[in-house]
Design a protein around this ligand. Sequence first.
Ligand SMILES: Cc1ncc(COP(=O)(O)O)c(C=O)c1O
Length: 424
Amino acid sequence: MKKRNTKFFPDELQNKLRAQFYYLNDDINGNRRIFFENAGGALRLKSTLEKYGEISMIPDSPVRDYDIAQKINQDITDGKEDIRLLLNAEGGEIAISLTASKIIFEMITVAAMDLPKGNIVTTAIEHPSSYDACEFSSQQYGHELRVAEADHSTGSVFLEELLSHIDDDTRIVSLILTSNITGAMHDLEKYTKAIHEKNSEAIIIVDAVQGAPHELIDLSRCHVDGINLAPYKMFGLRGVGFAWLSDRLARLPHHRLLATDETNWDLGSATPAHYASFSKIVDYICEIGFYFNESDDRRMLIEEGMTRITLQEQAILNRLLNGSESIKGTKHLNNVTIHFEEANGINQDLILAMSFSNISNNRAVEIYKKNNIQVFAREASSHYSKRILEAVGLKSLVRVSPVHVHNAEDIDEFLRVTKMIDEM
Ligand SMILES: Cc1ncc(COP(=O)(O)O)c(C=O)c1O
């Protein structure tokens, strides 16, 4: 198994990046806070909000033919291009919605509605937005719902298990790229190529909400028909979700003003500020890429930047697990169990899924909070977590989700509090 990177970003770069985020060290009340809840909504880049404000001040409609209107229309075109570049997607359509959930629901229900009766394959660890879309559209349009089981040690779905549910009658396969609860990452190239080989007609829908901020995506090497992103989990803003759709998915009959192109998924007045704000996320990834490789090719910068983000996050995960000379890592504590990461190795996202044997996970989260660290307990009492926790054989877990701008001091502060809880 490949070894996890242990080397952090150089301080010079790290400090430059840290200065670009809101609330990295303090909360809105000015109290010290380390935010390790990025899987619930990531720390926000200042530039995304500034850009959103700047463009939102402009009253003009982007569909007019004078200079200002054309400028903000160009923001839309550029934003769409940036989404394509981030995914390395040729052609297809970009769709926008209020949430990532809404857009994946739309993609799945449109495919289920338009395709002949057959079966829909999903997995037991999908986020409710895609899982429920599959269940809803199976019932609504007369398809059989098939659910691939999860492996308890990795918190992922093995490819063989997924493939065993796919046959000639499979119309849709829905797969999560990275689980927002277990942190397990699926190899998109390998999985989608194998699905496509088994049934080249099946529409493949990918939930990349958790995966996209942490790993490089290259759709030119995959077979994907629909994939969604949530800017608020990717250093950007709430209130918007994006998707890329292949031509064959975009072309299926869907809600659209009928005078527009058959493949168009934009409905109603566009919001240029959302696209311009997303371009700021891509600029930021490119800035990281440029530090290591002074290319003038934006996709190359994205590749370098995303790869570096992944490496930095591996170093953070390594320190969380193994600590350092001065402080014990979570792996070496008596009352702490770390789930999934050992079986996943470098296929573990920067999500530490842990549980305590001396106190309840909920209580541990309260103690972290009292000590200025924000983490989250995923409990079976929440409809967002129940099915997924059961699928991996757990009742609850503490989810610790830092992000690449956190540094060794942040991790060590977390480890000091963890040691204190462990000894209670
Ligand atoms: C993996 C994954 N998919 C989809 C979503 C849905 O995002 P939203 O609630 O913004 O629609 C989330 C949100 O946490 C998520 O983590």
